[in-house]
Write a protein that binds this ligand. Structure first.
Ligand code: PMP
Ligand code: GLU
Length: 398
């Protein structure tokens, strides 16, 4: 008998975090593991942001902050949303959290009653379905396929709606597929939401700046649904600030106030020093952000060429984020040199870790059983070596 709650016993461990842990354990044994499992830019945080944090500390910004964040940060976020996305939000509609992860959790916790349904297109980011579970909702999946560039259509969305549907939740650019919804594709989804005024939309835009096909399009730009959109964004990906733990939501004031109330009982405001760094990041221009995006674009090309040469691997060309999500099903049922049969994507991912010493994540964690996720947020040298190792390991299967 366990002493733990059903809530935690029913929760799956985050596979991204699990694979990162396994990779670190192998590295600790002196094995040279190339970590392509964790979705984290390998760049350092830009210097001007680190300088702002040092200055904040020197100026004693070391006390509790307002739960939703310092007013200057919330104002800077509102200005960013206007400047970069053309969206009007008052600073009181913004709640800053300990990462976009907490902003997502806040959004679900304040919106869902037990058994409310949340429609999630697959592949989706690992934590979505588990967060829905924590908030006692039910996930309803729509399977987007590689043939449709891993995007859903308006008809598929409408077919998934039931009287219990409370929310729809997606990321664009998408983790793990890199798919990016165009304005026209979003407009088609909006035409469905217009018919169902009780459905709220969580729009996770954390990869907005890692977009290789042009400007970012937010579903919040459509006035007919804007009040029902809970826009999620953060600093981890654009500014290489994963360890600083800062993200935010922007939403209708009733929802923002509810997130503030929830956060006030759980974590309060995120780190004061981080918040001051966040103000500097938003007001400091996009030069570094674009340099990092250009580096990702170059790496995408290198990895695409190398992965495409591996026979049996079906590779999509992502439009954004920094992941490939290749279909590895051609290798299911094959045997390793030691005679072990690889039955599914998790077996392949563990085989690549233990044999090729390259860590990836099984697609099952993202709601797709045929694929694995490969992050290309690593140096060009590491990426070339990793692709070589993956190719050798896969082609040696019989
Ligand atoms: N959404 C998506 C799609 C992600 O990939 C991540 C992982 N960084 C997050 C949200 C959470 O980001 P963070 O908590 O680091 O801001
Ligand atoms: N979001 C990143 C990923 O997908 C970081 C890990 C995590 O927060 O789960 O790998």
């Amino acid at each position: 008998m366990t002493i733990l709650s059903n809530r935690i016993n029913n929760l799956a461990e985050s596979q991204t975090i699990k694979m990162a842990k396994l990779g670190r354990a192998l590295s600790a044994q002196g094995i040279s593991v190339i970590n392509l499992s964790f979705g984290e830019p390998d760049f350092h945080t830009p210097q001007f942001i680190k300088d702002a944090a040092a200055e904040a500390m020197a100026n004693n910004f070391t006390y509790y902050t307002p739960v939703s964040g310092y007013p200057d940060l919330r104002k800077a976020i509102a200005e960013k949303l206007k400047r970069e996305n053309g969206l009007d939000y008052g600073f009181d509609q913004i709640v800053v959290s300990t990462g976009a992860k907490q902003a997502l959790a806040n959004a679900l916790m304040v919106m869902l009653n037990p058994r409310d349904e949340v429609i999630i297109p697959t592949p989706y980011w690992v934590s979505y379905s588990e967060m829905v579970k924590l908030a006692e909702g039910e996930s309803v999946f729509i399977n987007a396929t590689a043939e449709n560039n891993f995007k859903i259509t308006a008809a598929e969305l409408e077919a998934a709606i039931t009287p219990k549907t409370k929310m729809f939740m997606f990321s664009s650019p998408c983790n793990p597929t890199g798919s990016v919804y165009s304005k026209e594709e979003l407009a088609a989804l909006v035409s469905v939401f217009e018919k169902y005024p009780n459905i709220y939309i969580i729009s996770d835009e954390i990869y907005e700046h890692i977009n290789f096909i042009g400007g970012h399009e937010s579903i919040a730009q459509f006035p007919s649904v804007k009040d029902r959109v809970i826009l999620i964004n953060g600093f981890s990906k654009a500014y290489a600030m994963t360890g600083w733990r800062i993200g935010y939501l922007a939403a209708d004031k009733e929802i923002a106030d509810a997130a503030d109330k929830l956060q006030g009982q759980i974590t309060s405001g995120t780190c004061s020093i981080t918040q001051k760094a966040g103000v500097a990041a938003l007001n400091g221009g996009l030069k570094e952000v674009h340099e990092m995006r250009d580096a990702f674009l170059k790496r995408r090309g290198i990895v695409y060429d190398l992965l495409s040469q591996i026979e049996g691997l079906k590779v999509n060309l992502p439009d954004g984020a920094f992941y490939f999500f290749p279909d590895v099903s051609a290798f299911f049922g094959k045997k390793t040199k030691d005679g072990e049969v690889l039955n599914n994507a998790e077996d392949i991912s563990l085989y690549l870790l233990n044999t090729a010493h390259v860590s990836t994540v099984t697609g099952e964690a993202f709601g797709n059983e045929k694929c694995i996720r490969i992050s290309y947020a690593a140096s060009e040298e590491e990426l070339r070596e990793a692709c070589k190792r993956i190719g050798e390991a896969l082609t040696s299967l019989k």
